[in-house]
Write a protein that binds this ligand. Sequence first.
Ligand SMILES: [Zn+2]
Ligand SMILES: [Zn+2]
Length: 350
Amino acid sequence: MRVTPQGLYCAPGDFFIDPARPVARAIVTHGHSDHARPDHGAVLASAETLAIMRTRMGEGRAGREQQALRPGEAVTQNSVGIRLVPAGHVLGSCQVVLDWQGSRIVVSGDYKRRADPTCAPFEPVVCDVFVTEATFALPVFRHPPAEAEITRLLDSLRLFPDRAHLVGVYALGKAQRLIALLRQAGWDRPIYLHGALLALCELYEGLGVRLGPLAPVPSPAKRGGGGLLAGEIVLAPPSAEATAWVRRLAEPVVCAASGWMRVRQRAKARGVELPLIVSDHADWDELLETVAAVQAPEVWVTHGRDDALVHALGLRGVRGRALHLLGRGEEEEDAAPLPAEAAPAAETAG
Ligand SMILES: [Zn+2]
Ligand SMILES: [Zn+2]
């Protein structure tokens, strides 16, 4: 396994994992755009990830040849054993388990350890080399329970019944998890969606994830009209907050659901009134707990705060190596373009 300009390359198997550019053979861990790129030759992934890729890229660009692997099912590619194991990040997200000549590498993609009603939980696999992300690899990042953040949102709705609550969420994963958490907390009213979120929510429903009543955000009755959806929850991509679209809502309370909401300046810079710390990535404790669980003597860090994690691993007798993979975390979870609206630059996702 080595790092090439296209990304992680498995030489004995002759395939890439989450390559950043089109390649002949790719294994894709999950559907976020910094991992799933269009126009590969053959793509091996979970059935859900392939469906997500087709929805986002169109049938013609999601890989000329698509091979779906069920969790736990094993295939061999040029003497390398390949298995996909759930990563708990978004629907269909998987770790790639590679066995070759008696040694095992696990490429985890992105992952979290918290329960998520919209996807299968992360399964630790004991290995010789564990490849991990490090998006939130600083001790300051300790995500609170997501349920407590949902309670804060519902409290705000009770406090401000005359205002719409606009929650900025990424289109793949965060939107659906937030909806599912709201349903678990007893919110059974329709949840209103920006147009950029509709297709993936429909796909989740089609793949068996129940989201309850959803509705598109209505257009104002007259041009420039506003005051819509007081007391309701509206989900939109974070970039929609800065557009004219938002003026149709009744005095919106701007909320955002992201691990980055731990950083007060980020919330402030984005004009977020109610920051909700809900992340689909492992926090500091989860990263260390996971590395201990897989018992790997060597850990490779793809992107994020690799310096802090590599240092902490060294103290635990684990050899850490920063891979500095390019293009990771840059446009993740925020790839869906806004229809007919200028979207400001996407920020790193949480
Ligand atoms: Zn991701
Ligand atoms: Zn990522």
